[in-house]
Design a protein around this ligand. Structure first.
Ligand code: HEC
Ligand code: HEC
Ligand code: HEC
Ligand code: HEC
Ligand code: HEC
Ligand code: HEC
Ligand code: HEC
Ligand code: HEC
Ligand code: HEC
Ligand code: HEC
Length: 310
């Protein structure tokens, strides 16, 4: 931070030299046109350093747009000038601090003034908006690295409120979130969506197909529950059963398939070779259970795969 302040100062000085005039450095703009109004008091020596914003995309935009401190915080003239010399300086127009005096809706309105639409199309009806979340409860704008935007650090931002999903991520089978390969926002749009549970796509299957395209049909032999909803058998965040299954076969399958006939019978299944029934518990119940034979439960294109055995 100190280093950055130094380089900004050097840059500022360089500009003064280049243009051949000298201005009171204390009143010079540091990042935005007109920001001296604020930066004469707020800089890197402040208890909350603010100048790192220059290194983010909220710094002077490539297209020359000038956000200004006031673009987010409002003109705040009384706060900046305190014309009456009050001991308690009048408040800034908008503060985004946690627990701020500015209502969350008013904070978000300021951000949405520039960020409506796109991924935030459904913000107003999102669970996060209904939960009264501020944009700033996930985003930090005065730091060079906004944690929620990077794969490595995003989950910790979400876990601060979603402890259950953190616990699930430690189960034996899990999406590689802690390994840094998948992030929450691959499956969710935290700004809201038309899907359930703020899913990135409008259905569960569409969301899953974005990475597991091979599970998308059409198949010659569809297994209806798979094209219907992956969550008929899987849980998304973590499971103690292999392959993120909700429960293990044969029980998983027997939730829908009759327990009393093949394949539920332990000792001789209808349609099964005798060698596979008999004295010891049959394969339906052992090891991979139903999956010993029904290997293609997501659907198959094999001409004789009607029973998903190939
Ligand atoms: C003359 C010094 C001075 C100037 C100029 C000034 N501030 Fe402040 N600002 C302060 C002080 C002191 C505080 C802490 C006391 C307070 O909260 O009012 C503060 C607090 C703040 C806070 C935190 C408020 C909160 O409670 O969350 C923000 C945000 C802020 N200023 C923004 C600005 C902006 C934007 C400008 C320019 C438009 C500006 N300030 C100009 C002195 C100044
Ligand atoms: C893009 C919007 C935006 C811009 C531009 C912006 N701020 Fe902020 N400011 C915020 C948000 C959001 C916070 C809450 C903390 C955070 O997210 O980092 C904040 C926090 C602050 C705080 C209080 C820190 C605290 O936690 O008490 C001060 C002071 C402040 N900003 C001053 C400034 C000054 C000075 C400028 C111009 C150099 C500026 N801000 C530009 C959005 C903005
Ligand atoms: C005055 C307009 C304006 C306001 C107000 C504003 N932003 Fe931005 N924001 C921008 C611009 C411009 C960019 C850069 C976009 C680009 O380069 O395409 C940006 C970029 C971003 C990004 C992406 C950063 C990145 O590294 O990709 C985030 C996140 C963001 N803004 C959040 C916020 C939040 C939160 C607020 C409210 C505290 C806010 N913005 C207020 C104009 C604004
Ligand atoms: C629950 C956490 C969370 C909240 C609340 C949140 N965001 Fe985000 N935001 C994210 C995540 C995660 C990303 C990166 C993934 C992505 O782009 O969807 C992101 C990305 C962004 C981006 C950059 C990508 C883009 O779409 O251009 C902008 C701008 C942005 N958010 C603005 C906002 C604004 C404005 C609000 C408040 C209305 C807000 N965010 C509220 C988590 C959040
Ligand atoms: C400041 C706390 C907070 C943070 C941070 C946060 N959330 Fe949330 N989230 C909530 C609240 C509150 C709800 C509203 C529903 C509820 O009560 O659980 C919610 C709801 C959700 C839902 C929908 C749940 C449902 O029942 O429909 C999803 C999905 C979600 N959050 C994902 C995320 C992701 C992904 C992140 C990080 C990018 C994140 N959240 C960050 C507080 C938070
Ligand atoms: C592989 C896709 C995927 C990833 C990655 C993912 N989720 Fe989810 N999440 C889902 C699906 C699908 C649901 C809906 C579950 C349901 O309806 O039972 C869901 C539901 C939720 C819910 C609502 C839970 C409930 O019981 O209503 C929250 C909160 C949530 N996710 C948070 C997160 C967080 C935080 C992360 C990142 C740490 C994350 N998710 C990563 C797919 C994912
Ligand atoms: C962003 C990409 C992405 C999305 C979206 C996604 N997955 Fe995954 N999934 C992965 C990755 C990466 C792995 C780990 C693959 C590996 O380790 O070889 C994985 C693994 C799995 C596994 C095997 C887990 C294990 O322990 O072997 C299942 C089951 C799974 N995903 C189901 C789903 C479901 C259901 C959805 C939708 C809710 C979904 N995935 C969405 C990327 C994704
Ligand atoms: C009828 C139950 C069922 C449904 C519905 C289901 N799966 Fe599976 N899935 C399984 C079983 C059982 C396994 C373990 C297969 C094995 O071990 O051979 C599995 C394994 C997986 C795997 C890891 C191994 C592999 O085949 O790549 C992925 C990824 C996967 N499923 C994704 C999905 C997706 C995406 C959906 C939704 C389109 C879905 N599953 C729907 C039962 C199901
Ligand atoms: C959510 C309910 C559900 C679950 C769980 C489920 N199935 Fe199915 N399964 C169906 C439906 C519905 C059909 C198609 C209806 C039919 O043809 O009888 C079907 C068809 C089948 C068929 C072909 C039946 C035929 O007569 O052609 C086989 C074989 C099969 N499932 C095996 C499995 C296995 C193995 C599992 C466990 C990995 C499983 N199913 C889990 C609902 C389910
Ligand atoms: C040893 C191999 C094997 C195992 C283990 C097995 N099946 Fe089968 N299953 C078959 C064969 C072969 C067929 C085809 C029989 C036919 O065409 O009449 C079949 C047929 C089916 C059918 C179609 C309806 C029927 O009764 O013909 C369903 C449903 C089914 N199995 C579900 C299951 C479930 C659920 C499990 C686990 C509890 C399971 N199977 C275990 C080999 C097996």
């Amino acid at each position: 931070m100190i280093g950055m302040r130094h380089s900004l100062m050097t840059w500022t000085l360089g500009m003064f030299l280049a243009f051949g005039f000298v201005v009171d450095a204390a009143a010079a703009d540091v990042i935005y046109k007109g920001d001296a109004k604020c930066t004469r008091c707020h800089d890197e020596t402040d208890s909350a350093p603010v100048l790192a914003i220059a290194k983010t995309r909220h710094g002077v935009a490539a297209d020359g747009r000038n956000l200004g401190c006031v673009g987010c915080h409002g003109e705040s003239t009384l706060h900046a000038e305190n014309p009456q010399g009050l001991k308690d300086r009048p408040k800034v127009d908008r503060s985004f601090r946690r627990g701020s005096f500015t209502p969350v809706a008013a904070q978000n309105e300021a951000c949405l003034g520039c960020h409506k639409g796109g991924k935030r199309m459904h913000w107003a009806s999102s669970q996060h908006a209904n939960g009264n979340l501020a944009c700033a409860s996930c985003h930090q704008v005065h730091t060079q690295h906004d944690k929620v935007l990077s794969k490595q650090t995003q989950p910790e931002v979400c876990y601060a409120c979603h402890k259950e999903q953190r616990a699930q991520s430690f189960r034996a089978s899990h999406h590689p979130i802690k390994e840094g390969k998948v992030v929450c926002s691959d499956c969710h749009n935290p700004h809201g969506s038309t899907g359930p549970k703020q899913l990135a796509k409008s259905t569960v299957v569409e969301t899953c197909y974005t990475c597991h395209a091979e599970k998308r049909g059409p198949f010659l032999w569809e297994h209806p529950p798979a094209s219907d909803n992956c969550l008929n058998c899987h849980t998304p965040h973590g499971s103690n059963h292999a392959s993120l299954l909700k429960t293990k076969p044969p029980y998983l399958c027997q939730q829908c398939h009759d327990f009393t006939q093949h394949p539920g019978t332990a000792y001789s299944g209808r349609g099964l070779p005798v060698s596979q029934g008999g004295v010891a518990p049959a394969q339906q119940q052992l090891l991979r259970a139903c999956l010993n034979c029904h290997t293609q439960v997501h659907g198959t294109n094999h001409p004789s795969g009607a029973r998903y055995t190939r």
